[in-house]
Design a protein around this ligand. Structure first.
Ligand SMILES: Cc1ncc(COP(=O)(O)O)c(C=O)c1O
Length: 464
């Protein structure tokens, strides 16, 4: 539904105030007969993680949209753009590929992914590539295959810790390098490794997100070298999630993959979900470490893959191979989407900064991570907000604005940092999204302009 316009925000009491209590409800089945007791296998005490906060928030906002309520969708990290017609045509043309195919993915796809990494300075053998149904599944397989506790940056993408929990290991949140996102501070990592060894349960791996979700920041080469040195000292596998690598706004920003510094202990993952907005296609690739660790990890990952997903979907692999070949029309598309993400995400950050929030300038992807701490006393006095979750609930219930609390990314409950994602502001139809991609200044498009104006008005109203 299009925005009613900023005027609706000058009188907050005229906003629709939905009655919902919880901002992110999971889609629990409502039809369970209440007369029957739960089967024992589903009774309390079973280890489980809730529906991913980001997917749950998306479902909640979609339900509001269906009810005709205005929403400002800043919760879900979707790249909100149409699939490029060349990829769609490739998928359609290969729809007849009904065979399971090799567990590691087709030779065609693995060779294309190897070429993708080799062009980025990481010489890669196709046999070092494992494809899977999204990098999320591959990361899960890697964690399960390693079977050791892991260190993750604080904050970091919600699924790492949840996946670690699901695989039965402990995630250790280690503070990230000040001013940088997605990377653990090396000294803090050393300390966490010492403590975990002393406790008899050593950390065996560390995760890095380059560039980062939730902060939108890219770790510097110096921080990457420090991290790799700490990984050497503590004998850690490094898992480098580089799904946003091609979405760094400024091409002059140096990008150093840990795989270039510590090739014998680094596994890299990426996918088409973000740079080519094909998250729903569920395809990703992992690059095994060099040396002996590569085949050892590959064997474990393939064993897991063979018992869970068998092989990635055949037609999607074929289309993905074309994408990893990087023909000019697809790289142009990525260039366009990078500029669009930069324009809208940085504009949202400027709106936050102008309102008096502290926020680091996003350098990549579609995320910003403002801190409402400067408003703590006001938010508490006026709205009773004490935690990040309270703040998310306020934004959702009073302003129809979906966000995620820092606690979903490993921060303490009291932190007032929120993860905002701007990828769903590009339009309600594919036509609008194509216009956004092509626009020299997407901020001038009425629907994007309205969204930004509304966001500013929401913040102004909250601060008043
Ligand atoms: C840091 C990060 N890694 C991985 C993923 C998931 O990627 P995929 O769609 O390839 O499973 C996401 C999606 O939000 C992400 O933010």
């Amino acid at each position: 539904m299009p925005w009613a316009g900023p005027a609706t925000l000058t009188e907050p009491t005229t906003l629709p105030l939905p009655k919902i209590k919880s901002p992110v409800r999971s889609a629990a089945p409502s039809t369970r007969p209440s007369s029957r007791p739960l089967p024992a296998a589903l009774a309390a005490g079973t280890a489980i993680v809730p529906v991913s906060a980001t997917l749950a928030a998306n479902e909640e906002l979609a339900a509001r949209r269906r009810r005709g309520e205005p929403v400002l969708a800043l919760a879900f990290g979707e790249a909100g753009l149409p699939v490029h017609p060349r990829l769609a045509a490739e998928l359609a043309a290969t729809a007849g590929f009904g065979a399971y195919g090799p567990v590691a993915g087709s030779q065609r796809l693995r060779a294309a992914a190897a070429g993708y990494w080799s062009r980025r300075g990481l010489q890669t053998d196709p046999d070092a590539v494992v494809a899977g149904p999204g990098s999320k599944a591959l990361l899960f397989g890697v964690l399960l295959g390693l079977g050791t506790d892991i260190a993750v940056p604080k904050p970091s993408w919600a699924s790492y810790a949840a996946q670690a929990t699901l695989t039965g290991v402990l995630p250790h949140f280690v503070r990230s390098v000040p001013g940088e996102g997605g990377i653990c501070d090396a000294a803090a990592l050393d300390a966490a490794c010492r403590a975990s060894r002393a406790a008899g349960r050593p950390i065996g791996a560390v995760l890095v997100t380059m560039p980062d979700n939730p902060t939108g920041r890219l770790a510097s080469p110096a921080a990457v070298r420090d991290l790799c040195a700490a990984a050497e000292r503590n004998d850690l596998i490094i898992i480098s999630d580089e799904i946003y690598r091609d979405l760094v706004y400024d091409p002059a920003t140096p990008f150093l993959s840990p795989a270039a510094v510590a090739p014998h202990r680094t596994v890299v993952t990426t996918a088409l979900s973000k740079n080519l907005a094909a998250g729903g296609w569920r395809i990703g690739v992992a690059r095994m470490p060099d040396g002996a660790a590569g085949p050892a990890l590959r064997r474990r990952l393939l064993g897991i893959a063979s018992e869970i997903w068998s092989a990635p979907a055949g037609p999607v692999q074929q289309a993905a191979a074309v994408a990893f070949d990087e023909p000019a029309d697809l790289t142009d598309r990525i260039t366009q989407s990078r500029s669009l993400h930069a324009a809208v995400c940085q504009s949202a950050a400027r709106v936050c900064a102008a309102a008096g929030l502290s926020v680091a300038r996003p350098q990549a992807a579609l995320y910003l991570y403002p801190d409402f701490e400067p408003w703590r006393a006001h938010l508490h006095g006026k709205y009773g907000v004490q935690t990040g979750a309270d703040l998310v609930e306020l934004l959702l219930n009073r302003y129809g604005t979906g966000t995620l609390p820092g606690s979903a990314f490993g921060e303490s409950a009291s932190a007032l940092r929120l993860r905002l994602a701007t990828g769903l502001l590009y339009g309600d139809t594919d036509d609008q999204r194509e216009q956004a991609l092509a626009a020299p200044d997407p901020l001038q498009l009425p629907w994007i302009n309205d969204a930004m104006t509304r966001f500013g008005d929401v913040l102004a109203d909250m601060a008043a």
